[in-house]
Ligand binder design. Structure first.
Ligand code: AMP
Length: 579
């Protein structure tokens, strides 16, 4: 791996961003810079720019950042850099607390990616995973533990997780942890950590409870907050803004479909890294688009060539990083696509400002993974503009759209073309077949000739439901205290889980299992009732199937449970077990 510093290409067009700091300016060591270069990260995100230097200096930090802002690297890189060399003990020196198992896995994977060359040992521990494996790994020695609070506390109580050497604690997605009822667990965990330590708290939202936490656990922290409702300077561009919720694995297919339906004149698709630009360009070319890559690793000459092809109309899709696209001005751009939710509202505004110029209407499309939904909300709040969540076109939508195109082509041909030379074919066939049948066969041939790419091979892309807004439920505190028989809110379904108090199940175990297995957010889950031998969880009706199949595939407190729709939901007369 080369250890080339990650600087924007010096031949790049002048940056419009005054603060274009490179990773190398943040004081990161060569091994980390090399890892970032290999991942194709071209520049730090705003949160990384602001958080990395003070974290390297050992300061406490309170940061407002949701998934998608690059917050994981913002705390992971300084932690890796500050890792003491030649450690003698096996106990961890850093603890990262996260709300869900999904995030525990993601965060430890990120540590692995960045710290590969440093040989840092990172262990995710979370409920639902067999404890034996975790015990062995802890025993063998780890440097960084990434844990959900419940399981971390379990290990602390067993004496298998010792926090005496911990120099840094990170509370990641702290608002979610509070929502899930982890406040007491976090407090108990922090009591076991040395008082002299660095504490870092990231939260997507900053309600008063987070402020309270910051006051209790942080010492003179650096504060990084997103400006509130800062209207976009100048006149808002005429841009239709929409977003699609889609899992990562389905993004290339989703992009193809959306582009098929939108039929842009020319579009630019923004990706986060060079690696992704190259991969997506290849995928889109494989799908029959004329896509060109544009990133900071290319020479000015290569870029000019790409831009020439776009202007000449021999390419219709530009796949680019922010750095490479800076200062680009393409007249014919009709669509901007964010392949991921941008890392900051400012970056979103910058990107979509490339269309909707000179009074023409532009379209901005964002493909968001379910977890990045909150970042979309932040962008809406900051820009004061609405982003509608649309449904990804289904195979049937695509089929209809293609038929429409064929019909339009035939109409054009009927109006303009000289059809005489073909009369002889129709006449001779009409002796044998009905005219309608002849027409149908001709349409089919025309349809297949203009639109290759068999739709039969297209998989359905799962539609991810838009999460219903919060209904003003009073935090988590009321959870688990719902008495049997109280009416459920409308539009919800109760899910029966065949494990209860006797199995040691707590509300946060259920919330953790559900959010870990589905794209759901802790706030989407309604009341939770825990009886001796079973539990009932209220979820939005449209998500019940997703929850049931997620829970069936996982374990709760190390056990598999019977999971199904509660019979009461269907109006049945189920007799509850006494509590
Ligand atoms: P996070 O907000 O930490 O969940 O990160 C969101 C995504 O952005 C992850 O897939 C990271 O790999 C990616 N990422 C983080 N920082 C950068 C960066 N500076 N440049 C490109 N991609 C990044």
């Amino acid at each position: 791996m080369s250890s080339a510093p990650v600087r924007p290409d010096p031949t790049a067009e002048p940056s419009t961003d005054d603060e274009a700091t490179a990773f190398v300016d943040l004081g990161l060591r060569d091994e980390l810079l090399a890892a970032l270069a290999a991942l194709g990260y071209e520049e730090p995100t705003p949160i990384q720019r602001e958080a990395i230097p003070p974290l390297l200096a050992g300061r406490d930090l309170l940061g407002q950042a949701a998934t998608g802002t690059g917050k994981t690297a913002a705390f992971a890189l300084p932690l890796l850099q500050r890792m003491p060399a030649d450690r003698l003990t096996a106990d961890p020196v850093a603890l990262v607390l996260v709300p869900t198992r999904e995030l525990a896995v993601q965060v430890s994977e990120a540590f692995h990616r960045y710290g590969k060359e440093l040989g840092t040992r990172v262990l995710p521990i979370y409920g639902g995973q067999p404890i034996g494996r975790q015990l062995r790994a802890l025993d063998a020695g780890v440097d960084i533990v990434v844990a959900t609070p419940g399981r971390a506390l379990d290990h602390i109580a067993r004496g298998t997780l010792r926090l005496g050497d911990v120099g840094t604690v990170v509370l990641d997605e702290a608002d979610e942890m509070l929502d899930m009822g982890f406040a007491e667990d976090i407090e108990a965990i922090l009591e076991h950590a040395p008082e002299q330590r660095q504490t870092v708290l990231f939260s997507a939202t900053m309600p008063a409870r987070i402020d309270g936490m910051a006051r209790a656990y942080l010492t003179d922290p650096i504060r990084i907050l997103i400006a509130r409702e800062k209207p976009v300077a100048g006149e808002a561009p005429r841009v239709r803004q929409s977003a699609y919720l889609v899992a990562r694995a389905h993004k290339p297919a989703a992009l193809g479909r959306v582009l098929d339906v939108e039929s842009p004149t020319a579009a630019i698709v923004f990706c986060r890294s060079r690696e992704e630009v190259d991969r997506l360009t290849e995928t889109m070319n494989g799908r029959g688009y004329r896509a060109e890559a544009l990133h900071g690793g290319m020479s000015q000459e290569q870029r000019d060539r790409v831009m020439g092809r776009l202007r000449a109309g021999t390419a219709d899709l530009l796949v680019a990083t922010d750095v490479a696209a800076r200062g680009l001005d393409v007249e014919q751009l009709s669509h901007v696509v964010n392949y991921d939710v941008p890392s900051a509202p400012e970056s979103y505004v910058h990107r979509i400002g490339r269309v909707g110029r000179a009074g023409r209407e532009g379209v901005a499309i964002t493909l968001a993974e379910p977890r990045a939904h909150r970042m979309l909300k932040t962008i809406e709040r900051v820009t004061g503009q609405r982003i509608t969540i649309d449904k990804i076109p289904t195979v049937a939508d695509l089929r209809n759209r293609r038929l429409e195109l064929t019909q339009a082509a035939l109409r054009e041909s009927l109006l303009e073309d000289d059809l005489e030379p073909f009369r002889v074919i129709v006449e001779s066939l009409s002796d044998e077949f009905d005219l309608m049948e002849v027409a149908l066969a001709a349409v089919r041939l025309a349809h297949e000739a203009t639109l290759p790419g068999a739709l039969e091979e297209e998989e359905e892309i799962p539609q991810i439901a838009v999460r219903p807004p919060r209904t003003g439920r009073p935090g988590h505190e009321g959870r688990g205290e719902r008495r049997p028989g109280r009416p459920r809110s409308a539009g919800t379904t109760q899910v029966f889980v065949g494990l209860g108090r006797r199995a040691g199940v707590r509300p946060q175990d259920l919330v953790g299992a559900i959010t870990g297995e589905t794209g759901m957010n802790g706030r989407d889950i309604g009341s939770i009732e825990i009886a001796d031998r079973f539990s009932l969880v209220e979820v939005p009706a449209g998500l019940a199937d997703e929850v049931i199949s997620g829970l069936r595939g996982s374990t709760i407190k190390g056990r598999r449970a019977t999971v199904r729709r509660d019979r009461d939901t269907d109006g049945g007369d189920r007799r509850r077990q006494p509590r």
